[in-house]
Design a protein around this ligand. Structure first.
Ligand code: HEM
Length: 471
């Protein structure tokens, strides 16, 4: 019904004014619905929320009671299990052994009933993947051969992972995107209103590590909007559009600077010793010690050696990948750009970022593929339109700076700590032996056993190479 037609005929000026006010009101009402050009796909297709981005809008539901043994074992692990390498107490060792042997006696539960709801599948993935890492890393480190993981965990984990199209192992989604409840149940998710449920070490440092990752992810929501708005511009030739793109690039630069600051916030909030000694070991996946290190075997799963079983990494954050795609960062060295790649750049693991996408929920990976497939490269546009070069370069340089600063963090928290002979907590002698062994075995390794320093430098240099001024 047209409200205007119900009113007595007012002067023309008022009619226009009233219509304008009404349309402003309705457009505000619909502000939450993203405008999508015909033929383009919406956020909903990719399980992305307009307010929380790659986070689900609400926390995941608990699994039904049929799966109560999983939920209870996870709650118990959170309370009682400690890292096998640090665990000298006979009583805690025995508690760990009992917990693990119980899991070995479990039946393989049928997960078909969960297929009706992707949030339940996600919860099952989270619970099982956390159980796997608790199972592996609560064991004393004597075992040097392949790590056998019982089929009561591996079979359902592999099945739900296939449905979600995500690696059957602990991922960034399990530790950050899905691992939260709000502090205040009646308020929406925000950096202030989030708390993390599962923790391996139980330390504030671990909590703060997840909070930093979550803040970066939430800061990225505005970035997703910018990318979406860019891709929905009706054309890229008129002055209004060019000016809009210029403003969006300036805004993007601010967001990247904010994410950089968020990453730096780990310095006062996460102790490097606690991170390296008490948190990071829990994250290790199969092959973490390099190509010759022990591998995980998923009992009851065919071709388990072909599964993606590296650990979680912020390299699996879809926000950062979206940024790389939008700015056209060439991690795989496919383009001829300047400055030419160094020898160490050439030796680095160029497939890392692409591999990390297999550890994202399938729909988020699909979104990235969709973005990569859009024919509108902002870099090419900036190459053509001189006024866009500077704002584009500024965004790229902000990202390069982020990677520079992030490298310093990785160096402090991982490389320096791996070379440090200082010991803290746990069993002093075994901790020292472990560190000595790491340095004897050669380079410090990141997720999946890649050479860390080479990898991060190559990412930083690939970013630098997108700058238009030098190309
Ligand atoms: C104590 C804090 C942190 C440490 C020690 C750390 C360490 C690392 C390491 C070792 C890698 C190499 C890949 C791997 O092994 O997983 C990596 C990659 C990465 N990290 Fe962090 N990180 C930290 C915090 C963060 C935060 C808060 C973010 C937020 C976005 C982040 C974003 C990334 C990204 C995007 C990569 C992929 C490589 C790249 O894009 O350059 N990191 N990090």
């Amino acid at each position: 019904m047209d409200v205007i037609n119900l009113l007595p005929s007012p002067p023309h000026f008022f009619r226009i004014f009233f219509r304008l006010a009404l349309s402003l009101f309705t457009s505000t009402l619909h502000a939450n619905y993203r405008r999508v050009l015909p033929g383009r796909r919406s956020y909903l297709d990719f399980d992305i929320n307009t307010e929380t981005g790659f986070f689900p809008h609400h926390p995941l539901p608990r699994l039904p009671e049929t799966f109560g043994i999983w939920e209870r074992a996870l709650a118990e692990a959170n309370r009682n299990l400690s890292l096998g390498a640090n665990n000298c107490e006979e009583a805690t060792r025995r508690a760990g052994e009992t917990w693990r042997s119980n899991i070995r006696t479990w039946p393989i539960l049928d997960t078909e009933v969960l297929e009706v709801d992707s949030r339940l599948l996600q919860r099952a993935h989270l619970v099982l993947a956390w159980l796997v890492n608790f199972y592996v890393h609560s064991q004393p480190p004597e075992n040097d051969g392949p790590m056998l993981i019982p089929q009561s965990l591996t079979v359902p984990l592999t099945i739900v992972s296939r449905s979600l199209q995500i690696a059957p192992v602990l991922t960034f989604a399990d530790t950050v995107l899905w691992n939260w409840v709000p502090r205040h149940a009646d308020e929406p998710l925000s950096p202030e209103n989030i708390q993390f449920e599962n923790l391996f070490s139980g330390t504030e440092d671990e909590r703060n590590f997840y909070i930093a990752s979550a803040k970066a992810e939430l800061r990225g929501v505005e970035m997703l909007r910018i990318i979406d708005d860019y891709n929905n511009l009706p054309n890229l030739t008129d002055l209004t559009s060019i000016s809009k793109v210029s403003k969006s690039l300036a805004r993007l630069t601010v967001i990247i600077e904010d994410i950089n600051e968020i990453i730096q916030s780990v310095r006062p909030n996460v102790d490097p010793h606690v991170f390296y000694g008490d948190i990071r070991p829990w994250f290790e996946g199969s092959g973490a010690k390099g190509p010759d290190g022990p591998k995980w075997v998923y009992e009851g799963v065919e071709d388990s050696d072909k599964l993606d079983l590296s650990g979680p990494s912020a390299g699996q954050s879809s926000v950062m990948h979206a940024l790389d795609i939008f700015l056209d960062i060439d991690h795989k060295l496919r383009q001829k750009r300047l400055p030419a790649p160094s020898e160490s750049n050439k030796r680095a693991d160029h497939g890392f970022m692409e591999r990390m996408r297999r550890y994202m929920p399938g729909k988020h990976r699909e979104y990235l593929n969709y973005l990569a497939g859009t024919p509108r490269s902002v870099r090419e546009l900036a190459q053509r339109i001189p006024t866009l070069r500077e704002p584009y370069d500024a965004a790229v340089l902000a990202l390069k700076k982020l990677r520079d600063e992030h490298m310093k963090i990785a160096c402090l928290y991982v490389v320096t700590m791996s070379r440090s002979t200082s010991t803290r907590g746990g069993c002093p002698v075994s901790a020292m032996m472990e560190r000595l062994e790491t340095s004897r075995k050669g380079p410090v390794r990141g997720t999946g056993g890649n050479e860390l320093a080479l990898l991060l430098k190559a990412g930083r240099d690939a970013t630098r190479r997108a700058v238009l001024k030098d190309n």
